[in-house]
Each structure stands twice: as C-alpha cells, then as structure tokens.
Design a protein around this ligand. Structure first.
Ligand SMILES: [Zn+2]
Length: 440
C-alpha cells in the first residue's frame, strides 16, 4: 500500500515545489501602509534616527525603513512625525491567563473557578497588555494547565485582542513545589489541570515535557527554588535535583523548546544555569558565583524588579496574605541590588515583570526602575526588544523595526531616551501591521 502510493506522493511534492518556485518572484505582498516617524529608536544600532519612513506590507511585515523613501499614492500614511517611534515591547515574564486581576495572586482563587471562567476572565488582561505597548509576551505558566494555549490561539485567530503570546502550557514543578497548587488539605484530590506539571524524577520531568510539547507549548517553565506567592513554600530552598533540571533541558531540546527556570535561592539559580536553561526568572538572591556562571553560559536573567511595589502596596491594604509577605521580606531590595551587580558584570538581562502580580497596565512602569537601578534608557528598551527577541529565539521576526520583521511598532509623544517615564504614555500601538491604539 505505502509502496504503491509513493510515486504519487513524489509527483505531488514535485508539483508543490514547482508551484512555490513559480510564485516566489512575485510573492512579496504589496506595500499598504507607511509610517512617518519624527524620531525612531533604532535599538539594533543603539541610536536615535530622525525623519524616517517605514513601509509596511499587506501581510504585516516591514518592507523598508529609511529617510528618503517614496510613498505611492495608494498607500495609507500614518503621521507620527511629532512622536518617538520604537519597536513593540516584549515582556518575557507574564501570566496573562490566570484569570481576573482581582484576587488572583492567591492560587486558591483557582479552586473557586472553572477553567473556562479562567480563560474568559483573562480576555481583558490581554487587551490591556497590548494597549500599554507590549505586542509580544513570553507567558511563563498558568495554574489551570493549557488555558494559556487557548488564549494564545484565540489572539492569533483574531477572536480576541492581545499581544502575540509564547506560552508554557503549565508549570513543571516538584510535588508540593513552587508551581504546585498548595494550601489545601492533603486528602483533597485536585483536578488534572491543577497538577498537570508535577514531576518527581528525571523521567517524570521528561514525560511532562513530552505532554506539554504535544499540547503545543512554546517553551518550558520549570521551578528550581521555592516561591514567594505559593503557600508552604520557601524562596530560599532548592527544588529539583541537578539531574532533573538537566533532564528538563535535554528533553525540551528534543522538541526545539527552551527552558525558563524560576529561581530565587542562590543554589536554585546555579543549578538551573549549570543545567543549561535559557533564562533564570527572578534571580533574586543570585551570588557572585551565579553571576559569573550566567555570564559564562550566556544565560539571561529575567529580573522582575518592579513588582515589589505592588506586593508592598497589597501588604499595606491587607490584600496580600501574611505568609506571602513573610516570604517576601527583604527579597525586593536584594533583587534590585543584584540586578545592578549583574548589569555591571555584563550578564544578559531581559525585560520580565511577572505581570499579574502588579495590575497588567503597570508592567510598563518597570522601565523606570531598570533605569533607576543602573541601565541607560536605551539598555532598558533593548532588554524588552532585541534582547527579549533573542531570548525567545525570534530575532529574525521580532525585536526591531527592520525589513522582514513583523510591523510591531509603538510610539509615544515624548522621547523615552530623554526621560524613560515617557514610555509610560504610549499612544500608538501597531501589531503585525494592524493598529490597536492611536492618538486621540
Ligand atoms: Zn511568574
């Protein structure tokens, strides 16, 4: 049977190849939109250029960028000649699919709602995030497994408005660990989607990663230390053994997936780096050896140095539980000091906020903190553009305003390179050539 079909299959594939070749000379879709940019932040070359024209194709990609381009009469022109234009921002640490903002910091919230409610409650999160200037997110875990995949796909299909999402599918965590649903009686049996990623040996880790890859995850999120916002957890602890972490990185690699590891404790951070993860999330208590290792391995640190503001605010207004506040004691300030240390040591730093801890429209406020703790405004913007795209492995299509990349373009009235707070007032958002926000 297979043998007799083979000649037909070969003929079919030859025809397909032929058709593709014939199409290729005329394949580039026509230019439909032009943006006149008064100032443009060229993140790839760390410079500001003025009076640029960006030509965008009908398929949402950038055709050309330059000062003296001809704009055909039938092309729609967007005048941003009085604005500063820069690439759509990328947040490398979000949780957009865990339901509504109110009350979702305590994971117990997940036990009071169905997975469908979680997914639908997340719809406004995605819109708010896009409208604040983030055209792409690397979402790093949900409690109800796979709701992030549903949200990603609903956005990609145009059912709802939101940033382009790359998602983890679930947390890969030890039983009772930082990514597990904890805080309830031991004789309560959780539904499958609240214990999807629990694994307790290298082989169980591999099995969970196989399941996540088959379910359509874009990367793997593992937790190699305890957490602040998990009941019964200790952020200073280690979770998973080096063998389990190495198994995670190796198994993910089989599917072309990268691994992000949550880690606060020095040993949890170093175990993850040695295992070969692409990024360490939080990296709160990283020590000198950890900084040297991150530099040596080219590991990104994705440090959410802003959200301490929200944890403290919620502590004051009584909406943060006492155990979470006890876990958090001192960590915020230490993380900010270590961010400065890592920056000065030349470690790769990406922009990640743990969005969901703070309200979704406040992730943008982290830029000013990254500048306050040592970055130049250009470095802070690069952390959320070129570096973030590199961490995602998507530099060919994301991270700068250059030909061939997606037309993910934002603009603000004032120049964030002069005062980083200007980035908090983005008035124009385009994702893949489509406008989602424009100046009033
Ligand atoms: Zn997180």
């Amino acid at each position: 049977m297979i043998k007799s079909l083979l000649p037909f299959a070969l003929l079919l594939s030859a025809l397909t190849t032929n058709a593709q070749q014939q199409q290729s000379p005329t394949q580039a879709p026509p230019i439909t939109t032009a943006i006149r940019a008064g100032k443009l932040i060229d993140v790839a070359h760390s410079r500001l250029v003025t009076n640029q024209i960006i030509l965008i194709r009908g398929d949402g990609t950038i055709a050309q960028v330059g000062p003296d381009l001809t704009v055909a009469a039938n092309v729609k022109t967007i005048d941003l000649s009085h604005s500063t234009v820069f690439p759509g921002l990328i947040d490398c640490h979000t949780h957009l699919a865990d339901g509504s903002q109110q009350g979702n910091i305590d994971p117990i919230y997940q036990l009071k709602h169905t997975a469908a409610e979680m997914a639908l409650e997340s719809v406004p999160n995605a819109r708010v995030f896009l409208e604040s200037g983030f055209t792409t997110v690397r979402d790093v875990g949900v409690y109800r497994a796979l709701t992030d995949i549903a949200l990603r796909d609903a956005i990609a299909k145009g059912y709802i408005v939101g940033p382009r999402m790359f998602v983890a599918g679930a947390y890969v965590t030890i039983s009772g660990g930082a990514g597990a649903m904890t805080g309830f009686a031991p004789d309560i049996t959780l539904p499958w989607d609240l214990r999807y990623g629990q694994a307790d040996s290298p082989w169980e880790v591999r099995q969970k990663i196989r399941l996540l890859a088959a379910a359509g995850a874009d990367h793997i999120k593992i937790l190699s230390s305890g957490a602040v916002l998990t009941h019964g957890s200790n952020p200073q602890s280690q979770e998973f053994t080096p063998e389990e972490l190495s198994a995670a990185v190796d198994e993910a690699r089989h599917f072309g997936l990268r691994v992000a590891s949550h880690a606060h404790s020095p040993e949890g951070i170093k175990n993850a780096i040695r295992a070969g993860v692409a990024s360490v999330e939080h990296a709160t208590l990283i020590d000198d050896e950890g900084i040297a290792l991150a530099k040596q391995h080219g590991t990104y640190l994705d440090m959410d140095i802003y959200d301490e503001e929200c944890i403290e605010e919620e502590g004051k207004n009584g909406s943060m539980t006492a155990d979470f506040l006890a876990h958090d004691h001192d960590l915020g300030q230490k993380q900010r000091q270590n961010f400065t240390k890592a920056l000065h040591a030349g470690v790769k730093l990406s922009f990640g906020t743990d969005a969901g801890v703070c309200p979704y429209d406040r992730s943008i406020d982290q830029f000013a903190f990254m500048v306050k703790y040592g970055m130049t405004p250009m470095q802070a913007i690069q952390a959320a553009t070129t570096s973030a795209a590199d961490l995602l492995g998507k530099s060919e299509i994301l991270g700068s305003i250059d030909p061939g990349k997606y037309a993910d373009i934002v603009a603000a009235p004032d120049n964030p390179l002069d005062d980083i707070h200007a980035i908090e007032h983005i008035t124009f958002v385009m994702k893949e050539g489509k406008i989602y926000k424009r100046p009033n």
